[in-house]
Design a protein around this ligand. Structure first.
Ligand SMILES: Cc1cc2nc3c(=O)[nH]c(=O)nc-3n(C[C@H](O)[C@H](O)[C@H](O)COP(=O)(O)O)c2cc1C
Length: 304
C-alpha cells in the first residue's frame, strides 16, 4: 500500500480524490452507498447566498462519452449548508471544500465571510454570470478573475481559497496567473465546456436551457492539457479534474502537475466510482514500485 496522502495549503488529505462540485450533493446520498469517510474530500454543490430552484427541466442530456448539464445552481443556500450539512460532513473527517457562486463581487465576499473558518477550503465557481456586468461570467477575463479572487480572499482570513477556472476562455495560463495575483491559495480546473445537443426529430436542443456544460470521460484530454498549462504558469498548487473515471486517469493528471484531483460525472455512471478509483490508483503505484504518490506529481516530460 503506497502513501496516498497529500498536503495542499497546509490541509492534509488522506488521499488526493475529491468529489467534484455538483456531482456529489452534500455527500448524504453517496454515504448510503458507501462510507464517504474513505474519500479525500468533497466539493459541495455550488452554494449561493439565497436558495435557488435552478433551471427548468430537462437539465441533463447524454452524448458519446460526455453529458451536458444546465442545472442552474439549484441549492438550499449557504446558511442551510452551515446549519444542516456542515455538521454531517465534519463527522466524516474528510476535507470540506465549499463551492460558492455569486451574482456580484459583493455577494462573493458576503458568502465567503459566512464560511470563513468553518470549512477547509472555499472554492470559487467563477463560471456564473455577473449580473451587474451584463451577464458576462466572472471567469472569462483576467481582470475580473483577479478582482473576484481579491474580494473573496479579503473575507477569508482563516480559510484557504481555491479558484476554479473555466475552460471557455482565451488563455488558461493567463487566467491562472490572474487568480494567483488576486491572492488565490490554489486553483482547480476544469469546469465544464459549453456545448449543445440537438434532438434532430424535434429540431430542438435536448435541454431546456439550449446550451449547457459538457463533462465526462470525453473531455479528459482537454482537461489534462489545461492542467499542464496551469501547473507550469503558477507557483500555487493545482487541483485537476475533467473526465476522470479510473486510477490511471488520476496518475495522468498528477503527472501533468495536479497535486490532487476531483471526480465528477464518473459518480453518475458508477455510484462506487470513488472508492474503486482510490483502489486502482494504489494498485498502479504498487505495480510500479512507487511508495508515495507525491513522487509522481509533475513528472511528465514533453517530447522533443
Ligand atoms: C450536474 C453537474 C453539476 C455541476 N455543478 C457544479 C457547481 O455547482 N459548481 C462548480 O464549480 N462545478 C459544477 N460542475 C462541474 C464539475 O464540478 C466539474 O468541474 C466538471 O464536471 C468536470 O469534471 P468531470 O468530467 O469529472 O465531471 C457540475 C457538473 C455537473 C455534471
Amino acid at each position: 500500500m503506497a502513501n496516498l496522502s497529500v498536503n495542499i495549503c497546509g490541509v492534509a488529505f488522506k488521499n488526493p480524490l475529491i468529489a467534484a462540485s455538483g456531482t456529489f450533493g452534500f455527500g448524504r446520498e453517496y454515504n448510503e452507498i458507501y462510507d464517504i469517510s474513505q474519500i479525500g474530500g468533497i466539493s459541495t454543490k455550488g452554494m449561493t447566498l439565497q436558495p435557488r430552484l435552478g433551471n427548468p427541466v430537462p437539465r441533463i442530456a447524454e452524448g458519446s462519452g460526455v453529458i451536458l448539464n444546465a442545472v442552474g445552481l439549484q441549492n438550499p443556500g449557504v446558511d442551510h449548508f452551515i446549519k444542516y450539512d456542515l455538521p454531517f460532513l465534519k463527522e466524516k473527517g474528510i476535507v470540506i471544500v465549499a463551492n460558492v457562486a455569486g451574482k456580484s463581487f459583493d455577494e462573493y465576499g458576503e458568502i465567503c465571510a459566512k464560511l470563513n473558518g468553518l470549512v477547509d477550503f472555499v472554492e470559487l465557481n467563477i463560471s456564473c454570470p455577473n449580473v451587474k456586468a451584463g451577464g458576462m461570467a466572472f471567469g472569462i477575463k483576467p481582470e475580473s478573475i483577479e478582482k473576484v479572487t481579491r474580494v473573496a480572499k479579503s473575507s477569508l482570513s482563516k480559510t484557504p481559497l481555491m479558484v476554479k477556472l473555466s475552460p471557455n476562455v482565451e488563455s488558461i495560463p493567463v487566467n491562472a496567473q490572474a487568480a494567483e495575483r488576486g491572492g488565490a491559495d490554489c486553483v482547480s480546473l476544469i469546469n465544464t465546456l459549453t456545448g449543445m445537443v440537438i434532438d434532430i426529430e424535434r429540431r430542438r436542443p435536448l435541454i431546456a436551457n439550449n446550451t449547457g456544460g459538457v463533462s465526462g470521460a470525453g473531455i479528459k484530454p482537454i482537461a489534462v492539457r489545461m492542467v499542464y498549462e496551469a501547473a507550469h504558469a503558477v507557483s500555487i498548487p493545482v487541483i485537476g479534474m475533467g473526465g476522470i473515471t479510473c486510477g490511471k486517469d488520476v496518475i495522468e493528471f498528477m503527472m501533468a502537475g495536479a497535486k490532487a484531483v476531483q471526480v465528477g460525472t464518473a459518480n453518475f455512471t458508477n455510484a462506487n466510482a470513488m472508492p474503486e478509483i482510490i483502489a486502482q490508483t494504489n494498485g498502479w503505484l504498487d505495480a510500479h514500485g512507487i511508495k508515495d504518490i507525491n513522487e509522481i506529481i509533475d513528472t511528465v516530460r514533453l517530447n522533443g
